[in-house]
Design a protein around this ligand. Structure first.
Ligand code: URA
Length: 269
């Protein structure tokens, strides 16, 4: 057995459900099981990156950039190449989320990945660092990837439904509104077109409902355990990693979802 497969085996054992899949936060009460939390997870080990980010970024309002609707017209997002798309996201003022952001969070990973994982939107740590899933939920997501034989940046790409951090009046993370999702979704749609992934995994309620165009009242528990389609590509819905941190018992169900995705991937052309 290679070092790699040993490592993978160790992670798989932890699905059932050992040290790396341990609960880091006390349960915070019942809520929609697929919804992302607004817990502003502490983020050990990334402090250097956060400091670097804080030095170079400033909220759009402070930078004096115009915010919609007076924003200059954008070239057609659906025609953009990677560089143009990244530049446009970095300067985006299509919705009010730009006012409070430190950095946009474009996405990270292999731009030719066969696997695309899609979360809700940046939290506090992601806003500081400009990279998706860098907190504890991100560590869990990385472990999920490794258990699947993937890695952030190796045949996997990680993106979000919205590129700027949504916060409530108290500065806490919140899910994006329908208008914010609508403003931002063309960027993700273009990323998907450019990546051409074989398999999509929606992490949580916001991603699932946005990608599948479903009414917010859709009982999302019904979305798990099935192969959906997004622009003709298979899509599996599973729990948001931050939810799993608070609800360890559902890690097993999440592994079932990921196993379904792997079986689908294996059978794909
Ligand atoms: N939660 C998300 O949905 N996305 C991130 O990038 C971080 C936390």
């Amino acid at each position: 057995m290679t070092a790699n497969s040993n490592r993978r085996k160790a992670f798989l054992e932890e699905m059932d459900l050992g040290p790396l899949w341990t609960q880091r936060h006390a349960p915070s009460g019942p809520e929609d099981a697929l919804a992302a939390p607004d817990d502003g997870t502490a983020m050990p080990g990334r402090e250097a990156g956060a400091q670097r980010s804080a030095q170079v970024a400033m909220p759009v309002e402070e930078a004096g950039l115009p915010v919609h609707p007076s924003a200059p017209p954008q070239p057609e997002v659906a025609l953009m190449d990677w560089a143009t798309l990244k530049a446009n996201v970095a300067g985006c003022v299509k919705c009010d989320l730009c006012r409070g952001r430190t950095r946009t969070v474009f996405g990270v990973g292999d731009e030719k990945a066969r696997w695309l994982f899609i979360g809700e939107g940046p939290g506090r740590n992601e806003d500081l660092q400009g990279e998706p899933f860098v907190g504890q939920a991100g560590k869990l997501l990385d472990n999920m990837l490794i258990a699947m034989g993937l890695r952030r940046g190796e045949n996997a790409y990680i993106a979000n439904i919205v590129k700027c951090r949504p916060t409530d009046d108290n500065g806490r993370d919140r899910p994006p509104t329908a208008d914010e999702v609508a403003a931002c979704l063309p960027y993700l749609e273009r990323q998907i077109e450019l990546i051409q992934p074989t398999m999509l995994v929606a992490l949580g309620k916001t991603a699932a409902l946005a990608l599948l165009g479903l009414d917010p009242d859709t009982p999302v528990s019904r979305l798990r355990g099935k192969i959906h389609r997004y622009a003709g590509r298979p899509l599996v819905v599973t729990y948001h990693p931050a939810y799993l941190l608070r609800n360890m018992a559902d890690k097993r169900k999440s592994w079932e979802d990921l196993s379904l995705a792997m079986a689908t991937y294996a059978g794909a052309d």
